[in-house]
Design a protein around this ligand. Structure first.
Ligand SMILES: Nc1ncnc2c1ncn2[C@@H]1O[C@H](COP(=O)(O)OP(=O)(O)OP(=O)(O)O)[C@@H](O)[C@H]1O
Length: 263
């Protein structure tokens, strides 16, 4: 089956014990597009991203990657269509960047970026190193490959983490509050890197609290509330002319994104 949607989520539910966090999500991420998830704390944004990357197993519903359903709930009818080995490679093709950079402290930046390429994709040392060098240059860190994470700023470490994900040639990149752990003066360099990925045509699903950035980068904004999609559409519509009261309250609550007609 061919599809222009890299990710297709349908009827996705996720419970932790009796607490149903996601209550039936239908969402597509088309190839080359950037979708931004907004919502109050606890609305389920991170859980949704983690289900897309199979770090969490959905309680119900499906996530399809390039037109192939990936997981079915344990015990549900129907088998997943990927083997365990395929799933490992697949996960690499769904890059994810977290708030915490999680670099290996005993490895240099270059080695951190080479690790997955060697272990999962079986690339040679030379090939993996060349790719890592290219990526470091692309994010403005040419020549810093020999540095250990403790000698890099938070913004530099996050850019190395982005390179690590990109080195696996992902079809989509997921960002879960990638700048939330950074000092304010370091946020911009990571956002610029994300913006340049968009300009290069990367498909992205982003959770962020940086609303100005969200407004400028998103093709589509999805506002989650209590585990459901409450409102979605182009950023101008959802963020400047929200239809729903909860979206409107959320936007009003973010003074840094105050726009005259919302006051
Ligand atoms: N592993 C888990 N076990 C139990 N409950 C969880 C787990 N992960 C998330 N939750 C709960 O799910 C709800 C949604 O959490 P989630 O992190 O997805 O929200 P969020 O919208 O990303 O919030 P934030 O903006 O604060 O990160 C919360 O009530 C949280 O406590």
């Amino acid at each position: 089956m061919t599809t222009d949607n890299v990710i297709e989520i349908s009827g996705l539910r996720k419970s932790f014990g009796a607490h149903e966090v996601l209550k039936g999500i239908d969402l597509v991420v088309p190839k080359g597009k950037t979708v931004v998830l907004l919502g109050a704390s606890g609305s389920g944004k991170s859980t949704l991203l983690r289900c897309v990357n199979f770090l969490e197993t959905p309680t119900a519903g499906t996530v399809a990657f390039n037109g192939r359903p990936v997981g079915t709930p344990k015990g549900a009818a129907g088998e997943r269509s990927y083997s365990d080995r395929e799933l490992r490679v697949l996960r690499a093709r769904i890059g994810i960047v977290f708030q915490q950079f999680n670099l290996f402290p005993h490895m240099t930046a270059l080695e951190n970026i080479m690790e997955g390429q060697r272990a999962v994709l079986g690339r040679s040392r030379e090939e993996a190193a060349a790719r890592a060098e290219d990526l470091l240059a692309r994010v403005g860190l040419a020549g810093r490959g020999g540095a250990y994470p403790s000698h890099l700023s938070g913004g530099q470490q996050q850019r190395v983490a982005i390179c690590r994900a990109l080195a696996m040639d992902p079809d989509v990149m997921l960002f879960d509050e990638a700048t939330s752990a950074l000092d304010p003066e370091l946020v911009g360099e990571v956002l610029r890197t994300m913006r340049s990925l968009r300009e290069d045509g990367m498909t992205m699903l982003i959770v962020t609290h940086e609303l100005g950035f969200a407004y400028h980068i998103a093709d589509e904004v999805v506002f989650l509330s209590e585990g459901r999609i409450y409102e979605q559409g182009p950023p101008e519509q959802v963020m400047l002319h929200p239809k729903g009261e909860r979206t409107r309250q959320f936007m009003l609550g973010h003074s840094e994104f105050r726009l005259p007609h919302l006051d």
